[in-house]
Each structure stands twice: as C-alpha cells, then as structure tokens.
Write a protein that binds this ligand. Structure first.
Ligand code: COA
Length: 260
C-alpha cells in the first residue's frame, strides 16, 4: 500500500509508523487521518506485524495537532463529522490487539496529544511538549482528548490542562502519568525497541487478552469487567500458549511462544 503522509517500516515485526509532514510539524490533515485509518487495516491483517510504534518525522514534532488550516473552513455539521471520524480512527488504534507505543519526539499538541493518548504506552524525549491548546483557538479537543486525558491523569489535572491550554513539559508529563517514561532524544529508538522487546517475549495471545481486558473492562462495572477477565482467562486455558508457558516454567526452560 502506498502512503504520502506516513512512512511505514517493519523492523523485526515492529511496524514503525512515522507521520511525515515535517514542514507542517506533522499536523494531521484529513489525508493523513485517512492514511492512518488504512494503516490500521494493514496492522490488523498482517501477521508479520506484532507491535506498532507511532512517531513523527524530524526532530521537532511528534504531531502539532489537527491541521488548523483545514479546521478554519469547517461549518458545524462538517466539524461534528470531522470529530467523529477522528474519534473512530483513534479508537481503532486503541482497540488494536497488538501493543502500540507512541514515541513522542517533540511537540504533541492537540490532536498530537490525543494520538499519543490513543496509543497503549508512551515514551517521550526530554524535549517533548504536550498540551491541548484548542481553547486558544476557540475549540475543544475533538479526537476524544476530553475523555482520555482525565482517564489517564485524573479529572482535576486534566481540566487544568484543558481549560488553560498550557504546555506540559516532558518532565511534568512523566510525573502526572501522561507518559510512561522520558528519555534523551538519542535514546528514543532503543527505549521503544527495548520496551516492545520485553512485551513481545510474552505470549502474544496473553498480551492481546490483557489489552482487551483493560481497554473494554475499564468502561464496564467492576463486576462485569471481572467477568470479562474471567472469560479471557478461560480462553487462555484453552490455548497452546498457556500449555507451553506453564510447561516451560515447570521444565525450567524458556517458553517458545512464536514459531518464527
Ligand atoms: N496545523 C497546521 N499547520 C501547522 C500546525 C497545525 N496544527 N502546527 C504547525 N503548523 C505549521 C505552521 O503553520 C508552519 O507552517 P508555514 O511554515 O507554512 O507557515 C509550520 O508548521 C511550522 O510551524 P511554526 O509555527 O512556524 O513553528 P514554531 O516553532 O514557531 O512553533 C508550535 C511551533 C508547535 C508552537 C506552533 O506551530 C503551534 O502553536 N502550532 C499549533 C499547535 C496547536 O494549536 N495545535 C492544536 C490544533 S487543534
């Protein structure tokens, strides 16, 4: 598949998806969003992709937001449609059964912060800058930032960031739980590769079930979510993966989860 605004590269089963509009600080225009949607199709369907990294081209920005030039022309119906479409694409990223890490290498503002939050895990460089500055444009976040931010960092902290539109440094982002880890720019690729390596050593089905239990369970009642967990636990019991993992422990050897 060909892409104009994304670069895709599969390195040892990890698909690196680079948003590639550096002259616009990788702002997400409609064409780029459509390409992200197509990339998700590819990720879902390609057995050679075990995990995903989303990052930005250049050394200045992850993604500096939705494309403000496009926002400027939207009427009310179009704006709602714009928001729903973006929400759907980001929900598809979050709903993937393969782990997705945001490698945040600079500005992650507006839709960029929302994209990072739609990923399962986030590693940022020390010069990364987060924020939801939409209120400064007379807007609110439209790609579910009003929902993911409070779920990640709590309502009070989220409201302060949403209502002021202020920037959040990488150091603060790490302190409040907006990112998992901060590293120096030269360490980013290795840090992301190491993190995914630690995940990919585990049973792929178990990893997928963990993602599903957390992703869907968090929006359910505790009892319903616990039942979901038990059901997924039951599915593990039916898997070759659990047979191999437990046998390997008992035989004091490393489990062999993947055939390749
Ligand atoms: N949408 C469209 N274009 C954007 C953009 C966005 N969200 N963010 C940056 N750009 C473009 C700029 O218009 C500029 O294009 P030009 O060279 O053709 O004029 C280019 O990217 C470089 O940006 P510039 O503002 O010159 O860089 P800077 O280093 O001075 O400032 C930022 C960097 C991130 C602080 C600034 O670009 C910014 O505030 N961007 C908007 C952030 C935002 O509000 N995002 C939420 C949108 S809903």
């Amino acid at each position: 598949m060909s892409y104009e605004n994304l670069k895709l590269s599969n390195r040892d089963g990890i698909l690196w998806v680079t948003v590639d509009r550096p002259s616009k600080l990788n702002a997400l225009n409609v064409a780029t969003m459509a390409e992200l949607d197509r990339a998700v199709d590819e990720i879902e369907n390609d057995d050679q992709i075990h995990a995903v990294v989303i990052t930005g081209a250049g050394d200045k920005a992850f993604v500096a937001g939705a494309d403000i030039a496009e926002l400027n022309t939207l009427g009310p119906e179009e704006a709602k449609e714009f928001s729903l479409r973006g929400q759907r694409i980001f929900a598809r990223i979050e709903g993937l059964s393969k782990p997705v890490v945001a490698a945040v290498n600079g500005y992650a503002l507006g839709g960029g912060c929302e994209l990072a939050m739609a990923c399962h895990l986030r590693i940022a460089t020390s010069n990364a800058v987060f924020g939801q500055p939409e209120v400064k444009l007379g807007l609110i976040p439209g790609y579910a930032g009003t929902q993911r931010l409070p779920r990640l960092i709590g309502k009070g902290r989220a409201l302060e960031i949403l209502l002021t539109g202020r920037n959040v440094s990488a150091e603060e982002a790490e302190r409040i739980g907006l990112v998992n880890r901060v590293v120096e720019p030269v360490e980013l690729t290795q840090a992301v590769t190491d993190l995914l390596g630690a995940i990919l050593r585990n049973g792929p089905l178990a990893v997928a079930h963990c993602l599903e239990a957390v992703q869907y369970g968090l929006e359910m009642s505790f009892d319903d979510a616990s039942l979901l967990e038990a059901t997924l636990f039951g599915l593990c019991g039916a898997s070759e993966e659990m047979a191999e993992g437990t046998a390997a422990f008992l035989e004091r050897r490393k489990p062999q989860f993947r055939s390749e």
